[in-house]
Structure formats: structure tokens, C-alpha cells
Write a protein that binds this ligand. Structure first.
Ligand code: SAH
Ligand code: SF4
Length: 347
């Protein structure tokens, strides 16, 4: 018999499980607290459930855990974790601690949603390795729980910017977000959760219809179809006019600002004309642009523009009334920056 993973279950699922075990309903709340708040991994730590229930849980359920393989710490404090899953696949996630003034201290975890990625973006290390499988809900939340437990901290912000395309693992990603948001679990505010997508148009519409208070980030990276299709194969299926329609719908439905990620690549998408084209594309969309100097990936020849070009691009956007900022580089020295996750042991 396949054991059911408790970390993939919400309160309702646990209530049904208790019913099937002929246990009182309040047991579900207790179990939820152990699994999603205290995040224990050993059944025998669950001291208030009674032996009879414990025995059944041990026999018929499991708690998905990630096997810690290694951790690398960047000089800026960014930490990359490599884990293995039960089927020996690898995933990575990245912790970005911000240590500003006390009120601003926060731990952001960049989590993976899939093993690998099928979308094949030209500049992304994850995309080069192909797609293996979706992560389960339990494997997604386990990334947060494991980092919390290992490093005795509390992740307060979650960004789906690790390996994989979150909107192609829609149900599990949404379930994990609802679990992380649950006030009896980690109680992470929806506003502190970001989904980043390469632009899966029908799924953006589905997400809009759920009307969650999360942040939606779109990986745009080029302002016209001709350029975008060169680096992002997804653009052939969902070109920019369709993507724009979906973004407009998203803003209309949720009243929330969309973030656009734009990786600046030297002599590809970084001149004044491109900035003008970008402003034109964004016209009418309530948004913010993050400019990310592209991170070097293995042998691929994507180069960062120099500082002067980056600031000229920013200035040009601002001249067109577009709000933008340059994203601070994190963890590039340990290959933990955007697009550098491979999910492999690299010595
Ligand atoms: N698949 C999703 C989320 C994971 S990628 C997506 O593409 O949005 C996280 C972010 O890193 C995306 O914005 C992606 O476009 C960006 N990225 C990938 N490779 C990069 C690179 N070499 N330099 C800078 N950003 C990169
Ligand atoms: Fe996949 Fe995102 Fe990388 Fe593109 S940028 S290959 S969608 S992980």
C-alpha cells in the first residue's frame, strides 16, 4: 500500500483521515500542528495523539522529508541547499537573509517547484538539464520546514524562483501556498509569497481567478517577440500580445501590481531602443520592473552589460514613466543566483 504523505495534506484532508480512522475530529487539528507548524519528522515526537492513532499513522502514512546533502554559504550570506528526494532526484533552494534594521530583518527562501524544467530558456542552467518531474505539495513545503529546522530560523518570505516552472505544477504549488499561509501552520502572509512564471498564459488566467494576495512575477527578458522567442521558447506558444492580455486580466481581477523580471544581456536587449520597446509593452499594466544583470551560466556566452548601460536603461524606463529597480546580486559566487540552479552535485 502506498503510504499517504501527511505533509501534502491540509486540515480538511486530515479530518477525513481521522474520520476513516474513527478518531475524533479534534485529532486532525493536533496532527496539523505537528506536521505544518512544529514541522516534526518523527511520529514519536507527537506526544498528544495517543498510542492507537500513532500506530496507525506509522503504518499507513509517512512524513516526506528531504535528505540534506550539502550547504554552501556565499560571502553575502546567501545559502544554497542541495537536497535529495526519496527517488534520489536532486533539488536546490536558496536562503537569502536580509539583515537590515530589526523591523526589516527577514529570511526569504527561494524554492523549487519541479525537478528540472521543460521550458528550455536559453540563459537558464535549470532549463539546460530538461524536465524530470513535478514536486509534490509535501516536497515543496518541506523545503521551508527543513531549512527552518536545520538552521533554527523562520522563513518569512517564499519566492517560487528556484528550479522549475511553478504554473506547470499548478495544483501542488497552490496547495503548498495555502498550507504555508495557514494561520495554524507557518502563517506566512500571502503578500510575502511570490510566484515567478515564464508566461504560461492560461495558468495566469487561472491564478487570477483564484484572486490570491500573492505577488505574481513574469519573466519577460525581451520586449518584442523576435527577441523573446530567441531566448524563451515559450514565447512561440504564448507571444507577447497574449501575455499582455493575461497580465491585464490579472491586474483587473486581483487589483495587484505585477512584477516583470528583465535580465539585461549585453548587446542583446539592453540598449535605449529596447527600453523604449519595453515601456511600450508595459503601457497600461500596473507593474514594477526588476532589472537583473544576467548571471553567467557555465559555458553559455551571455554577458552582463556594464554599469553605465544598466543605469541608462533604468533612466530611459523612468523617462517613460515606468517604475523599475536594479535587483541586488545575491549568491553568484556559489552559483545560487537566478537561473544558476542545476540540482546536481558539483564539486
Ligand atoms: N520558471 C520560473 C521561475 C524560476 S526562474 C520563471 O522562469 O519565472 C527564476 C528567475 O530567474 C526567472 O525570472 C528567470 O527568468 C531568471 N533567470 C534564469 N536564468 C537567469 C540568468 N542566467 N540570469 C538572470 N536571471 C535568470
Ligand atoms: Fe524554466 Fe524558469 Fe529556467 Fe525558463 S527561466 S528554463 S522557465 S526555470
Amino acid at each position: 500500500m502506498m503510504k499517504k504523505d501527511l505533509r501534502s495534506m491540509n486540515l480538511h484532508d486530515m479530518e477525513q483521515l481521522m474520520q476513516s480512522f474513527k478518531q475524533p475530529t479534534f485529532r486532525a487539528k493536533q496532527l496539523f500542528d505537528w506536521i505544518h507548524n512544529k514541522a516534526v519528522t518523527d511520529f514519536y515526537e507527537m506526544t498528544n495523539l495517543g498510542n492507537q492513532l500513532l500506530e496507525r499513522l506509522v503504518k499507513e502514512t509517512e512524513i516526506s522529508t528531504l535528505q540534506f546533502i550539502k550547504k554552501q554559504v556565499s560571502k553575502d550570506g546567501t545559502t544554497k541547499y542541495l537536497f535529495t528526494l526519496k527517488d534520489n532526484n536532486y533539488i536546490e533552494c536558496v536562503l537569502m537573509p536580509y539583515r537590515g534594521t530589526k523591523s526589516k530583518q527577514r529570511n526569504t527562501l527561494c524554492v523549487s517547484s519541479q525537478v528540472g524544467c521543460a521550458m528550455g530558456c536559453g540563459f537558464c542552467a535549470t532549463g539546460q538539464g530538461g524536465f524530470k518531474r513535478n514536486l509534490t505539495t509535501g516536497e515543496i513545503v518541506s523545503q521551508i520546514y527543513t531549512v527552518n529546522n536545520n538552521d533554527q530560523l523562520r522563513v518569512g518570505n517564499v519566492v517560487f524562483m528556484g528550479m522549475g516552472e511553478p504554473l506547470l505544477n499548478f495544483a501542488n504549488v497552490i496547495n503548498s501556498i495555502r498550507l504555508l499561509n495557514d494561520s495554524h501552520g507557518q502563517n506566512i502572509s500571502m503578500r510575502r509569497i511570490t510566484i515567478s512564471t515564464c508566461g504560461i498564459v492560461p495558468k495566469i488566467i487561472d491564478l487570477a481567478n483564484l484572486n490570491l494576495d500573492i505577488v505574481l512575477a513574469i519573466s519577460l527578458h525581451a520586449p518584442i517577440d523576435k527577441l523573446r522567442s530567441q531566448i524563451m521558447p515559450v514565447n512561440k506558444q504564448y507571444p507577447l500580445n497574449k501575455l499582455k492580455e493575461a497580465c491585464l486580466y490579472y491586474v483587473e481581477k486581483t487589483k495587484r501590481r505585477v512584477t516583470f523580471e528583465y535580465a539585461l544581456v549585453d548587446n542583446f536587449n539592453d540598449n535605449k531602443k529596447h527600453a523604449g520597446q519595453l515601456a511600450k509593452f508595459l503601457e497600461g499594466i500596473f507593474c514594477h520592473v526588476n532589472l537583473i544583470p544576467v548571471n553567467p551560466i557555465g559555458q553559455l556566452s551571455y554577458k552582463r552589460p556594464d554599469k553605465a548601460k544598466i543605469y541608462t536603461f533604468l533612466k530611459e524606463l523612468s523617462n517613460h514613466g515606468i517604475e523599475a529597480s536594479i535587483r541586488e546580486e545575491k549568491g553568484a559566487d556559489i552559483d545560487a543566483a537566478c537561473g544558476q540552479l542545476r540540482g546536481k552535485v558539483v564539486e
